[in-house]
Design a protein around this ligand. Structure first.
Ligand code: ASP
Length: 437
């Protein structure tokens, strides 16, 4: 049995959090590979080290002093060293960082120092072997991960009897230059290593006890999801539930390695398991999760006989392509279509898009609506149940909420409804109460 454990920024925010990690990893010898983020926020006023590093770069760019920021980074790490009585010599590392900033060194290397430092400290504290991501996590020049080469480089380290600590979030290009991933990328490092070593579980330790049925910002004390499939999670995270970095799912999913979301502050909670498939005889809850978000725009159009016109729809979509705007949802009736897009993606182009459709497709009737929220009820068990959509629509109708658009894919894993932004919170609440509580 082998487990890869990734600890997020809040799990390494200060010395007290380091102690919790030590308890967690020493509890099971299977918890052999540990990936960690940079030191995160210990409280609301505190700052994430990665944010501070980005701030240093911005100050450098505009010719402003970054001394105070470097000092804050130093203090945060020194406090951990002092409280845990570590022998790590921080001064040369901070000087190296200063020197990198002064000579406008590789920005990715500068940003990566957060993970590098947190993991140097964590490795010493755990008595583990520090394996620099620079020596094992390999990128191709196009920015994609070179999984085979990473495997080749990492496998020899597995010989050690000690636990292994690897910094998340960065790796190296073929020319030896450090490259960081997108924000939250330590999740990807964890998933990549779990897939390479064929881990039995990828444990992702954070500051919540798992994934909730609905977002706690909108629903008070929502129930927790015990088990969710990768496919359901993908639906939920696209629609707003932020749990893991999107790209972190793929390496483990391919190998059917379960992800266990756990809470560093409540290690006895079992958390949420993310798996390929579930034995549904045991688990028959109708809905796994309800999610959604505001700020979508809809372009609606109608043209006589459009449905019979060969290639009409592909020409409509080509207009969106030409503005490089991904289409989120497309609903149709006879001779009329509604295309839903993320409001952010069409900030500067929505009226040009509408105009192009009007002129290029000779469509008289084109309108834009930009206050749409989408709500998504996700559940692998919906397939076998009749009346799910009916119940959902009734709940909204009974609560005087107008549904503007409806979508359900043939795989029946989710039902998506569009409502006015103003109705979003109420709609979420009534679906939750109706299906879960
Ligand atoms: N430290 C990086 C960030 O704040 C990466 C991570 O935490 O996963 O985005």
């Amino acid at each position: 049995m082998l487990k890869v454990c990734k600890f997020g920024g809040s799990s390494v925010a200060n010395a007290a959090q380091f102690e919790k990690i030590k308890n967690i990893v020493s509890e099971e010898k299977e918890r052999k590979i540990i990936v960690a983020s940079a030191l995160g926020k210990a409280d609301k006023e505190d700052h994430k080290v990665t944010d501070l590093l980005y701030l240093c770069l911005a100050h450098k760019k505009y010719g402003m002093s970054y001394d105070e920021i470097l000092e804050e980074i130093e203090k945060k790490h020194q406090a951990v060293i002092d409280e845990l009585k570590l022998s790590f010599d921080l001064k040369p590392e901070i000087e190296n960082l200063r020197e990198l900033l002064e000579r406008k060194g590789n920005p990715d290397e500068i940003i990566s120092r957060g993970e590098y430092l947190s993991c140097r400290l964590l490795a010493e504290y755990l008595g583990a072997e520090f394996v620099d991501a620079k020596n094992i996590v390999c990128f191709n020049y196009d920015g994609t991960l070179n999984i085979d080469l990473t495997k080749e480089k990492f496998t020899p380290y597995l010989e050690t009897k000690k636990k292994i600590v690897v910094p998340g979030f960065y790796g190296v290009l073929p020319n030896g230059i450090i490259k960081t991933m997108s924000r939250g990328g330590s999740d990807i490092t964890g998933s990549l290593l779990a897939s390479i070593v064929d881990a039995d579980v990828y444990e992702n330790w954070t500051d919540v006890s798992g994934i909730y049925v609905a977002d706690p910002r909108f629903i008070k004390n929502p129930a927790k999801i015990e088990t969710i499939t990768y496919a359901e999670l993908r639906e939920m995270s696209y629609m707003g539930a932020s749990v893991l970095h999107d790209e972190s799912i793929f390496p483990v999913k391919e190998k059917h390695i379960p992800i266990n979301i756990r809470n560093t502050n409540k290690p006895s909670d079992k958390g949420t398991m993310i798996v390929s498939s579930v034995d549904d005889e045991k688990d028959n809850s109708a809905i796994t999760g309800i999610t959604g978000r505001k700020d979508f725009s809809v372009v609606s159009l109608a043209k006589n006989n459009a449905t019979s016109e060969v290639g009409f729809l592909s020409k409509v979509l080509a207009v969106f392509d030409s503005y490089k705007v991904p289409v989120v949802l497309l609903t149709t009736s006879i001779d009329s279509y509604s295309i839903v897009v993320d409001k952010n993606d069409v900030k500067n182009s929505i009226y040009e898009i509408a105009n192009d459709i009007r002129t290029k497709l000779e469509c008289e009737d084109v309108s834009v609506y930009d206050r749409l929220s989408l709500l998504c009820a996700v559940g692998r068990n919906m397939k076998q149940r009749k009346g799910m959509a009916g119940k959902l629509f009734s709940l909204l109708g009974e609560n005087d909420i107008n549904i503007k658009t409806i979508a359900q894919g043939a795989d029946e894993i989710s039902i998506i409804v569009g409502v006015d932004d103003e109705d979003f919170n109420r709609a979420l609440e009534c679906i939750y109460r109706g299906f879960v509580k």
